[in-house]
Design a protein around this ligand. Structure first.
Ligand SMILES: [Ca+2]
Ligand SMILES: [Cu+2]
Length: 350
């Protein structure tokens, strides 16, 4: 019994453990931007149409098939929300994040199979999920082999008590739940992106490419994103320079001038998660601004409600899920933060 949200671990961080088989060309500033000056730290994404998802057999079933989507223009943060930005929010509002509050069993219970026993009271303490690599190779079908519930882990102490965010002003904030992300967005006068907006922005104006910079993982031998190298999860050989999170803007921007749309930290979106959502959309012709299914469903965790996260993280690698591809997606319960999950916001024209 390792702790409460750890009960949710397979839910929270699950990706099917299936092996699946040039710094993007910079473009001129997108046209069609509103004439008013840009909100600070945001980029204008012009209205348009794109292929969401993928038909590549080298992908997970929830990313298929590709389907046409049309969107209005919108503003999007050029980086994930940083510790410095989140600090300003907390200082202005006194907001307490999910990981800083005592978990409520009645709420957690709803996500678990009926009959799951109530954990000991001393386990029901504030905390969150921390990457804790084993010292030997482990089966990839059990996330508790490398994730641990750590009491006292939260956005100020991302790897638990004894760690902090000093010197990490420009790192993405992590250990934030979907609810935390939404509260920040409201405070900032913004909102969370739909999955379609997130993926459209991530693709940076390229059509149907495997990565947000093109089809080749390391063009010219250079790393374009913070991912995992070595043997996952026990032997990290961080050839890209970062074993865990990296500061925002450490890797090249995509075609829309956005940083960290691949790797580093997963990013919350507004949508509910359904494994079969893309297949459902594909029947409907070109979709206008899809905003996700009406409710969540993941056959692997039928009791859990989940929101879509996108972008993959510093833990993603080709032997595991390769989720730093723009079509990749995963469902995570809204109360579940982790050391590799953050977010960014969008804003409408007016
Ligand atoms: Ca790395
Ligand atoms: Cu991954």
């Amino acid at each position: 019994m390792i702790g409460v949200r750890a009960l949710l671990l397979p839910t929270a961080l699950a990706a099917s453990a299936v092996a699946i088989a040039p710094a993007g060309a910079k473009k001129a500033p997108p046209s069609g931007a509103p004439s008013a000056s840009a909100p600070q730290g945001m980029r204008w994404i012009p209205a348009g149409e794109f292929s969401m998802g993928t038909d590549s057999p080298n992908s997970l079933p929830n990313e298929r098939p590709a389907h046409r989507v049309r969107l209005q223009g919108f503003w999007i943060d050029e980086t994930p929300v940083t510790n410095a930005q989140f600090t300003r929010f907390v200082e202005a509002t006194g907001y307490k994040t999910t990981a800083e509050r005592k978990p409520v069993w009645e709420e957690l219970k709803k996500q678990l199979p009926p009959g799951t026993p109530k954990p000991d009271p001393e386990k029901l303490v504030p905390g969150s999920l921390v990457y804790s690599p084993p010292d030997h190779p482990v089966p990839l079908d059990d996330l508790s082999n490398w994730w641990r519930w750590v009491p006292g882990a939260n956005w100020r102490h991302p790897e638990g008590p004894g760690t902090d965010i000093r010197g990490q002003d420009h790192y993405p904030v992590v250990q934030v739940s979907w609810d935390d992300a939404r509260e920040y967005a409201r405070w900032a006068g913004k909102r969370l992106p739909t999955e379609a907006e997130w993926e459209y922005a991530a693709r940076g104006g390229l059509e149907g490419k495997r990565f947000v910079w093109g089809d080749e993982f390391r063009p010219g031998g250079k790393y374009e994103a913070n991912t995992f190298q070595g043997h996952f999860p026990e032997r990290s050989v961080p050839e890209d320079g970062y074993e865990r999170r990296s500061p925002v803007k450490a890797f090249p921007a995509n075609g829309y001038g956005l940083f960290d749309m691949a790797g580093n930290v997963w990013q919350w979106t507004a949508d509910w998660y359904r494994v079969d959502y893309f297949a459902d959309l594909a029947h409907k012709g070109t979709c206008e601004a899809p905003a996700g299914p009406a409710s969540s469903f993941d056959p692997n965790e039928p009791n859990a409600s989940k929101r879509v996260v996108k972008g993959g993280s510093f833990l993603c690698n080709v032997s595991y899920c390769e989720s730093y591809r723009p079509s990749a997606r995963r469902g995570t319960p809204p109360d579940t933060g982790s050391e590799h999950t953050g977010f960014r916001c969008v804003k409408d024209r007016k």
